[in-house]
Design a protein around this ligand. Structure first.
Ligand code: 13P
Length: 340
């Protein structure tokens, strides 16, 4: 393992106030998003859509890395260039999602454990050969009165750490993604407690598996009340709860923290990231950025709708969201940065 190379890649992923474009939706998830806009759900359209994203002119001004899905990493752009080559040429670091989904966790009704450790060493070596320089694994945690269970937290934290160690062995920076889900009627305080418990368990396992913290990026949820909660919270309360939870649990050695968007609207995700920088920039020990999928892509899909004629306008929408989040990283986002 070349520690310095891992540290350099992790640093490059969070440098210059840039963030990551998560475009690693599995085929069923991508199809589900296409279905909302009546876009045909087949490989040709998925390929065309991913090409549209990665060939957006100027994207690397705001985006440091893109997380691909297995189908995409093996595809080419229309002119025959591999997606990885196109990204690299554009100045964007290619990465890959490597968990294979989250089947039910035995003995734990309503909970899942992310899969994909079997054969992972070989898959990582293949992806590294193709040119991927980082790898992402997502674990998800359902919040209910009695969930997540200790068993679910422990199983997922252990799997995250095993994957992170294998990633680093393969020379790829792990993007460690423990996601406390927004679904449910839980309060902001409950989300904070669960997030702290989960992060604590994840870092205990990372330590136990000898993962080099300077060579990882943490991809956490923001701390939010559940989507069915009636609680009214301000942006400042969210910023305080999120940064408070992370400062208590995430070691300063970690290279960067890059939020998932989790179903927040694009504007809300940006406003909240901005507020964290406005209030806490001076006391953050790690780079704090974004690794959004829905909060970057939703306006793109809305405009594209599968029509080649809409591609340029859709790319402009992606660039605009990337610019807004880049501004949020500096704490300089104002809603007038938004398109009218
Ligand atoms: P969202 O930003 O839509 O939550 O997605 C994050 C992610 O990791 C997708 O793979």
């Amino acid at each position: 393992m070349n520690s310095q190379a891992l540290i350099d890649t992790a640093a490059a992923l969070v440098a210059d106030d840039k963030g990551l474009l998560a475009m690693d939706e599995s085929t069923p998830t991508c199809n589900k998003r296409f279905a909302v806009y009546g876009i045909p759900q087949n490989e040709d359209y998925r390929r065309a859509y991913r090409e549209l994203l990665i060939t957006t002119p100027g994207l690397s001004t705001y985006i440091s890395g893109a997380i691909l899905y297995d189908e995409t990493i093996l595809q080419n752009t229309q002119d025959g260039t591999s997606m990885i080559t196109a990204l690299t040429a554009a100045g964007i670091i290619p990465g890959i999602k490597v968990d294979t989904g989250a089947p039910a966790l035995a003995g734990h009704p309503g909970e899942q454990v992310s899969a994909g450790l079997d054969g992972l060493r070989e898959r990582l070596a293949d992806y590294a050969r193709l040119g991927a320089r980082f790898a992402k694994w997502r674990a998800k945690f359902v919040v209910k009165a009695d969930l997540p269970s200790h068993g679910c937290i422990e199983a997922n934290a252990h799997a995250l750490a095993r994957y992170a160690a294998l990633s680093q062995e393969a020379g790829m920076v792990p993007i460690v993604e423990p996601e406390v889900l927004m679904d449910g009627d839980h309060s902001l305080a409950r989300c904070r407690t669960v997030t702290e418990t989960v992060q604590h368990a994840v870092f205990a396992q990372l330590r136990s598996q000898r993962v080099l913290l300077e060579g990882i990026i943490l991809k956490p949820n923001m701390v939010l009340p559940g989507t069915d909660s009636a609680e009214s919270v301000t942006t400042d309360m969210i910023a305080e709860a999120t940064i408070g939870a992370l400062l208590r649990t995430v070691p300063a050695a970690v290279a960067g923290v890059a939020f998932l968007s989790g179903g927040q609207t694009p504007e809300r995700a940006t406003v909240r990231l901005n507020a964290m920088h406005v209030r806490y920039a001076a006391c953050l020990p790690w780079a704090l950025t974004f690794s959004f999928s829905r909060a970057l892509q939703q306006p793109v899909l809305e405009i594209w709708r599968g029509a080649a004629d809409n591609a340029q306008a859709a790319q402009r929408a992606l660039l605009q969201r990337a610019l807004c989040n880049h501004a949020a990283r500096r704490g300089t986002y104002v809603s007038t940065t938004e398109p009218s």
